[in-house]
Design a binder for this molecule. Structure first.
Ligand code: HEC
Ligand code: HEC
Ligand code: HEC
Ligand code: HEC
Length: 374
């Protein structure tokens, strides 16, 4: 080994140990003093919120009050109560959000969902999907308000997920099984995967937790003596999901937890309650809307616009990163919904899921005990 190589051999591990990312970090106390509840941000790698498209034009009160789309058009099943003017305004916005005119997307513009010869026809699968997505968006905004801290105009539009793409950039589908032999079977882990922020944990924490309803409880009840009955597998999978949640929101574990006891709600921040609702909201989205579309999603290789399913044949689903994209408040907290009242779903959309069950007692306790941050 020459001198330079030696130097590199000595310096490199030191650099690696000095922290995963170089550069200055900002830290902010987010919990009670002395509890190590700190949020560490890297100003260089802060995810960009991006430009938010302006509404197509100003929507006046007269426009909202005009004739209803349900009577003016032939085949309006969800937006029937919306005025014709607001309906057309929303069609334009949806085009910008999903398949913007002038983009490289095949059939960009109204024709991404419509046969221009007959706007009422449902012959394009994309229109059938979009109708279900309208119901889904209304359900998110009407039924899952607690996820958004019950704020005025808290909620989402199609843009929150789509950002000008027919398929949102951050999505997941069930991961491929491993070969069945002993040496090849990595038990769903030991393969540093992007889904769990490159930790060597189970790389598909989504199928059981964000589509399935498996319980996310691995800690013992009393700290520090209680033994946990959870298996190594479900513990690793829980940590995998937590790595995704941290990465998806661009926060540390201590943004939600007090690390002296991860399970204890009384010592957690109120944001953990938002997250609790978030997990249930995502299950509702994935099961009752995306998966419920069934064979509306074309088989891989058969669709006009590319593959819309994963290797197991299930559709591409939502996780925390689909909306959050690396920031704790999607779109930097901008309340885009205020300009699209038709997406609020104040009148329950047809065939929506029942209102979410209230948080368990411990969750309510957490909200009561922990003083919300300003
Ligand atoms: C992302 C898919 C999508 C795009 C893009 C889209 N639409 Fe639509 N359109 C729909 C859906 C879904 C419906 C039915 C809504 C319902 O059932 O409530 C609809 C219905 C309509 C109708 C009612 C037709 C009838 O008689 O039933 C008109 C008119 C219309 N759209 C115009 C447009 C125009 C103009 C554009 C382009 C500026 C456009 N749409 C872009 C999804 C889309
Ligand atoms: C919570 C996130 C989310 C929201 C909000 C959302 N979508 Fe989607 N949408 C998805 C995902 C994920 C897919 C991809 C599913 C797949 O390809 O298997 C998708 C697919 C679609 C597609 C099919 C595109 C294609 O090329 O196959 C259309 C059309 C669509 N969405 C329209 C809408 C409209 C219109 C809205 C607003 C009313 C909306 N979406 C709101 C997550 C969302
Ligand atoms: C955005 C908030 C949030 C972040 C960030 C977060 N968690 Fe969690 N964590 C939760 C919620 C909510 C639950 C409970 C889930 C449920 O009950 O459905 C939970 C549950 C847990 C549990 C199981 C507790 C029990 O009751 O057995 C552990 C362990 C855990 N988290 C560890 C972590 C670790 C480690 C990190 C960082 C890698 C992390 N969490 C990041 C919100 C968060
Ligand atoms: C459909 C889009 C969407 C999805 C999916 C989603 N969120 Fe959110 N989330 C939001 C919006 C919008 C807000 C409200 C931001 C604001 O205050 O303006 C929010 C707020 C939060 C907050 C409060 C942030 C703060 O700093 O106060 C937490 C924590 C959170 N989400 C966690 C999660 C977790 C964990 C998941 C996945 C299990 C998730 N979210 C999935 C849209 C989403």
């Amino acid at each position: 080994m020459n001198r330079l190589n030696k130097l590199v051999a000595i310096a490199l591990p030191a650099l690696l140990l000095a922290g995963c990312e170089l550069g200055t970090k900002e830290q902010e106390q987010v919990g009670y003093r002395g509890t190590a509840m700190v949020q560490i941000n890297d100003p260089d790698s802060k995810a960009k919120v991006g430009e938010i498209p302006a509404p197509p034009y100003e929507l006046t009160a007269e426009m909202v009050a005009g004739d209803k789309a349900g009577t003016a058009y032939e085949n309006v099943q969800v937006l029937g109560d919306t005025s014709v003017d607001e309906f057309n305004y929303l069609m334009q916005a949806m085009t910008t959000w999903i398949a913007p005119d002038g983009s490289a997307i095949k059939d960009a513009g109204c024709t991404y969902c419509h046969n221009p010869e007959n706007m009422a026809s449902d012959e394009k699968y994309t229109k059938v999907v979009a109708r279900k997505m309208l119901q889904m968006t209304r359900t998110i905004n009407a039924n899952w308000k607690p996820h958004f801290g019950n704020q005025d105009n808290g909620g989402v539009t199609c843009w929150t997920c789509h950002r000008g793409n027919p398929v949102p950039v951050n999505n997941w589908s069930t991961a491929v099984p491993e070969p069945g032999n002993i040496t090849g079977n990595k038990r769903g882990g030991n393969t540093p995967a992007a889904s769990v922020a490159y930790a060597s944990l189970n790389y598909d924490p989504f199928t059981d937790y964000l589509a399935g309803k498996e319980s996310i409880r691995v800690g013992g009840k009393a700290f520090p003596t209680a033994a946990s009955n959870a298996s190594i597998q479900s513990t690793e999978k829980t940590y995998g999901l937590m790595m995704h949640m941290s990465q998806g929101l661009g926060v540390n574990c201590t943004y939600c937890h007090n690390s002296n006891n991860f399970a204890k709600w009384e010592d957690s921040r109120p944001q953990r309650v938002n997250a609790w609702y978030g997990i249930r909201m995502v299950r509702d989205i994935n099961n009752n809307y995306i998966t419920a579309l069934g064979d509306v999603w074309p088989q891989n290789g058969a669709g006009p616009y590319g593959n819309r399913r994963g290797p197991h044949g299930d559709p591409l689903k939502v996780n925390c990163a689909t909306c959050h994209q690396g920031v704790n408040k999607p779109l930097g907290g901008y309340k885009m919904l205020k300009d699209y009242p038709a997406l609020k779903g104040s009148t329950p959309a047809p065939a929506v899921a029942a209102a979410p069950a209230p948080a368990p007692a411990e969750t309510a306790a957490a909200a009561a005990v922990v003083k919300p941050a300003a």
